[in-house]
Every structure is written in structure tokens, then in C-alpha cells.
Design a protein around this ligand. Structure first.
Ligand SMILES: [Zn+2]
Length: 284
């Protein structure tokens, strides 16, 4: 059997596994992400999986790394992670030299979107949008069966949409960015509440801002399918139902008419996403 070595590096945890060509996760393991041992942790996870593969008659076809931070996808390099205070980490080159396998690196949201394209909603819809609301807020876009990465691989930074002009500045320089306000509200801070007159109050104030994010996406891109991901939504069906209602009643009716699917991802998005980087890179 052939499988991709898949590594999903989050702000606090690094999840690694072997993922078969049909998207099945064969084995997985979890490690803490430690800033000082960022590359070492990735390398150790890959080494464990190469070893496991050899002991179980699995042929590793390549290594995929989805990581938090700004990534140069072509060079396989972490350009910068503000959260972890890291810069210029040559992940691809390091792992290629160490293991002699092809290595593909991208940011975690692009990876998760690609996973959804290959193994999830993308099997039904060649066009769809991912809305991720977890530690960060971001959008992934697939059109014509291709991931939209943008001119410098930075597509999807919905987090820096200014939604409250009279609120304090974000690190990007704009006032009241979506992600900084949601983070502030989740930490008990105050920000003006979003009022959406056609739906009841949101389950918590932060969700009013999430609704603005998804409504803007639906109006802007008119997708037939929206896939939801991230810790704010994954275990909260009531919040998902409220968000769906907010979109249904507040996005433009002509855009809503085209929206056939609005649901949580059914995949282990991190692992399947990093594996999808490999299968995309190898041209499967
Ligand atoms: Zn910002």
C-alpha cells in the first residue's frame, strides 16, 4: 500500500499520520508544538512514520506539511510565523535531505482546503468555499477544481477584514479586524455587538462577527457550497444552525439561491489536508 506522510503543525499541537491515496488515515500521533523545536518536532514525527511504514509494508510516497504561518509554497519554506516568532525555516529542503522523499509545504488553511477538494465536498462541487473559525479566521477557495492560492500564496486572509471602524487597530494596521475582535470577545473583552435584525441574537457575541464574515464571503463569491471548519464551530451544532440561518436571511437572496450546501467538514481536516499537498504535488 502507498501512503503520504502527513504533518499538521498547529500553534500548540503537531499531528502527524500516514494517509492512504483514498484519504484513509492509517495511523496518527500527536506531539506538542514547541517554538524552539519546531523543525525538530516535524522531523521526529516524519522519522517515526517512515519507520512505522517500513514495518507495516506501506510505501511512503512523499511528505506533506501544513503549518500555521506564512509559507512559500514553491520553496517549501516557512516565511514567517508571528504566533511562534519564527522566520525563514527551510522545511522542504531539510526533510528532503533527511529522508530522500518529495516534500510539499503550505499553510494549514490551504492544506485543509485541498483536502476537502480531494476527499470531501470537492468530490461533489468543483467550486466551494471553506470558512475556518478557530484560533484564526480564514477562508479557503476552490474554483474549477483548483485551489486559489493567490499571487504570493496569501489568499484567504479573511481575518484582516475590517468590520468595526471605531475599534482599536489590528497588527495589520486596520481598525477593528474580524479576527482581532473575535479573539477579544472570546477572551471576555468588549466590542460593539453585531445586530442582525432578521435572526435571533447569536449564541455568543463573537458569532455575530463570524456571521458577517460568512455573509461577505457568500455575497462576494456566490459559492454553491460552504464548508465550515475550526474549533468555534466543530463541536457546536447550535452555532452552525444559527450561522446558517444568518446567512440564509442576510446574504443577498440571489446569492443564497445558489447555495446548495452549508455544513461542517466531515474530514480529519489537518491530516487529510497535509496528505492532499503530497497527492497534488505528485499530480495524482
Ligand atoms: Zn488586521
Amino acid at each position: 500500500m502507498r501512503a503520504a506522510i502527513s504533518i499538521d503543525v498547529g500553534g500548540t499541537k503537531t499531528l502527524a499520520g500516514l494517509v492512504a491515496e483514498d484519504g484513509t488515515v492509517l495511523v496518527q500521533c500527536l506531539r506538542p508544538t514547541v517554538r524552539e523545536r519546531y523543525l525538530q518536532t516535524i522531523e521526529e514525527a516524519a522519522a517515526d512514520l517512515v519507520d512505522y511504514a517500513h514495518r507495516h509494508a506501506v510505501t511512503p510516497v512523499g511528505i506533506g506539511v501544513g503549518t500555521t504561518g506564512l509559507v512559500d509554497h514553491r520553496q517549501g519554506r516557512l516565511v514567517r510565523s508571528m504566533n511562534m516568532g519564527l522566520e525563514n525555516v527551510a522545511i522542504g529542503e531539510h526533510l528532503r535531505n533527511r529522508f530522500g522523499l518529495d516534500v510539499f509545504v503550505d499553510n494549514d488553511l490551504h492544506a485543509a482546503t485541498l483536502g476537502e477538494m480531494m476527499f470531501g465536498v470537492g468530490r461533489t462541487y468543483p467550486d466551494f468555499v471553506v470558512f475556518n473559525a478557530g484560533t484564526g479566521i480564514a477562508a479557503g477557495m476552490v474554483f474549477g477544481g483548483r485551489l486559489v492560492r493567490g499571487a504570493s500564496n496569501v489568499s484567504g486572509e479573511l481575518c484582516h477584514t475590517s468590520v468595526e471602524q471605531h475599534h482599536r487597530g489590528c497588527t495589520c494596521g486596520l481598525p477593528g479586524c474580524l479576527e482581532s475582535i473575535v479573539l477579544e470577545l472570546r477572551n471576555g473583552g468588549t466590542a460593539p455587538e453585531v445586530r442582525l435584525p432578521r435572526v435571533p441574537d447569536p449564541p455568543a457575541p463573537a458569532y455575530g462577527y463570524l456571521a458577517l464574515g460568512v455573509i461577505h464571503l457568500v455575497n462576494l463569491l456566490n459559492p454553491p457550497a460552504v464548508v465550515l471548519m475550526g474549533g468555534m464551530l466543530t463541536h457546536d451544532p447550535a452555532a452552525v444552525a444559527w450561522l446558517h440561518e444568518a446567512v440564509r436571511l442576510h446574504a443577498l437572496p440571489d446569492a443564497v439561491r445558489g447555495l446548495e450546501s452549508f455544513a461542517l467538514s466531515e474530514l480529519p481536516t489537518g491530516l487529510v489536508g497535509a496528505a492532499a499537498l503530497v497527492y497534488e504535488g505528485l499530480g495524482k
